[in-house]
Design a protein. Structure first.
Length: 560
């Protein structure tokens, strides 16, 4: 399990010379601790304890490997709070598509264990000898690892990893994969519950509050006195699933993948930058949405939305209500209302009305996620009913994994040099392109196009591994801003971060309240990278320390 995750996800801060030995030691500790617990619960029935320990470790290992291929990390405590996501058909299909041939190890190991169990059913297990053997085995590993650490320490090469022997030292919740790989599940679980969680829940000190406020009140990178487009009444935010910039201007066998979006890039009223670095972690799509809506970074060892319900950051829709006189806010989602706690997060962001798949589409009485044609059809329908000024957030789905099928049967791509999954992904991109073109035509017919600031961007990247394109494509994602009255010759066109979108939108709309997010405005030609270790720490403190807290009040946006 650990080495599958190592190959799939990697470790955040690299590999030390003693990493494998640390992993061996604390993996052994994990199994022994579990065995002792089952032994106590089974009243010292050794055979039953062995069976339960084996089955738990086998299932847990398999679940972690499968989970890591979809979310890029070990299963965390906060992930159990999102168990309702497993009822989502697309999530299930995506996780199942992650199976590899070497996963047959799990059923083979189970069959081999059952064979041994039957073959050796008459062998009596001695309680005393069993514990003596475990003690000798664990003691030998501890001694080897300790000597290795001492050896590297004396050579001044491994002094940092010497500290990993102390369960309370060098633990960093910012690096959950590294920590779990080196410290094992039991030690990480204990520390996370009884040590780190207490630190996370500690109220902010006056000094922390002062540093937070000194940072976000800096305006040199966050506000540019931009000339606001006076025609703008509405804000329409289109959040596209797994959209890569590298599909722009791409042609396969003479077929343009995204002809409409390519034409937008050439439009003088459109700001385009394809150099955005996604910043999502355990929460995947929910992390991207959180950053766009709040101007904060997602957490790295917790699923962010599990921590912010009582934190109440200043959501973009809420600020638009207070500063731009937006009267109506809505969201259209292709999934269930409870997927990624969307129904709860709407209140946090300041979104009043949600339309989800429960209200719309069934196939043989089974709810299925809404495809992009249905999503934009719903958006067109709701746009006719909602009164200006309004905010509308539209989430798409058709470019979501798995990529073993085509979405648009009328647009067939063939290229022997490109993997089938990647061609299927490009097929999905073309389908999205055709559907957003229809939606834009609707906006123009309804007279909403010129009155709306329109944003098109991605929740996160499409993972190259899932496209069979590792090392062959960039993971940068695009940003389109339409009707922003942006001078493209002066705006920033280089690399930037998801964190910057929130700040940039407030700048475009001339909203100069103190809280502008922790990002930097892309309207500044002297843009500087916004994501530093300092900003990561401040963002975590704002969330864990509940800097913004309920109840919401009418002066909140102006005072913070």
């Amino acid at each position: 399990m650990h080495y599958q995750i190592l190959l799939t996800c990697g470790l955040e801060i690299g590999f030390f010379k003693t990493s494998f030995f640390d992993n061996l030691l604390f993996s052994t500790v994990d199994v022994i601790v579990l065995f002792v617990i089952t032994l106590l619960l089974s009243f010292f029935r050794i055979r039953i304890s062995f069976i339960i320990t084996f089955l738990i470790t086998l299932v847990f290992s398999f679940c972690n490997v499968l989970y890591s291929r979809f979310f890029g990390q070990y299963i965390s405590i906060s992930s159990f709070g999102q168990i309702e996501n497993l009822y989502d058909n697309t999530v299930i299909q995506s996780m199942l598509s992650g199976f590899e041939y070497y996963d047959l190890y799990y059923p083979i190991a189970l069959l081999f264990f059952l064979w041994l169990l039957i073959k050796k059913r008459n062998i009596e297990l001695s309680f005393k000898k069993g514990f003596q053997s475990l003690g000798v085995f664990l003691g030998s590993i501890v001694l080897i690892v300790f000597l290795l650490h001492i050896s590297y320490f004396l050579k001044a090469q491994g002094y940092k990893v010497l500290l990993t022997l102390n369960p309370l030292t060098h633990f960093n919740y910012l690096y959950p994969n590294w920590s779990t790989f080196h410290k094992g599940f039991f030690r990480t679980l204990v520390i996370d519950n009884f040590v780190v969680q207490n630190a996370k829940n500690t109220p902010l000190t006056k000094d922390q509050i002062r540093k937070i406020e000194l940072e976000y009140q800096k305006s040199d990178q966050r506000y540019t006195n931009h000339l606001v487009n006076k025609n703008i009444e509405n804000v329409i935010f289109i959040l596209v699933e797994s959209y890569l910039s590298e599909t722009s201007d791409k042609v396969v066998n003479g077929k343009e993948i995204t002809p409409f979006l390519n034409s937008l890039k050439r439009n003088s009223d459109v700001y385009y930058n394809g150099n955005m670095h996604p910043l999502v972690y355990l929460g995947e799509s929910s992390d991207g949405q959180f950053t766009y809506m709040t101007g904060l970074l997602p957490l790295r060892s917790d699923i962010t939305i599990s921590r912010v319900n009582d934190c109440a950051p200043l959501g973009l829709p809420r600020i638009l209500k207070q500063k731009r006189n937006i009267q109506h806010t809505q969201i259209i989602v292709p999934t269930s209302a409870t997927t990624w706690k969307q129904n709860t997060m709407n209140e946090v962001y300041g979104i009043d009305t949600m339309f989800s798949k429960e209200e719309y589409f069934k196939d043989n009485n089974v709810l299925i996620d809404l495809s992009d044609d249905v999503i934009f059809s719903i958006a067109s329908e709701k746009d006719k009913l909602i009164k200006s000024p309004f905010f509308s957030l539209i989430l798409t789905m058709s470019m979501h994994q798995p990529y073993y099928r085509t979405v648009d049967s009328t647009f067939i791509l063939k290229d022997d040099k490109l993997p089938e999954k990647y061609l299927n992904y490009l097929n999905s991109c073309h389908f999205f392109d055709s559907q957003i073109q229809k939606y834009f035509n609707h906006l123009k017919v309804q007279g909403l196009y010129d009155k709306s600031l329109i944003i098109i961007t991605s929740d996160h990247e499409a993972h190259p591994k899932q496209l069979d394109m590792i090392g062959k494509i960039s993971t940068k994602t695009p940003l389109y801003i339409i009707n922003g009255n942006i001078d493209k010759a002066k705006a920033w066109t280089g690399d930037f971060n998801q964190l910057d979108v929130y700040t940039t939108l407030l700048d475009i709309l001339g909203i100069d309240n103190e809280w502008k997010g922790l990002g930097h405005s892309l309207l500044n030609p002297n843009y500087k990278n916004s994501v530093t270790e300092k900003i990561k720490k401040l963002s975590d403190e704002i969330i864990y320390g509940k800097y913004f807290s309920k109840p919401f009040n009418k002066n909140e946006a102006s005072t913070r």
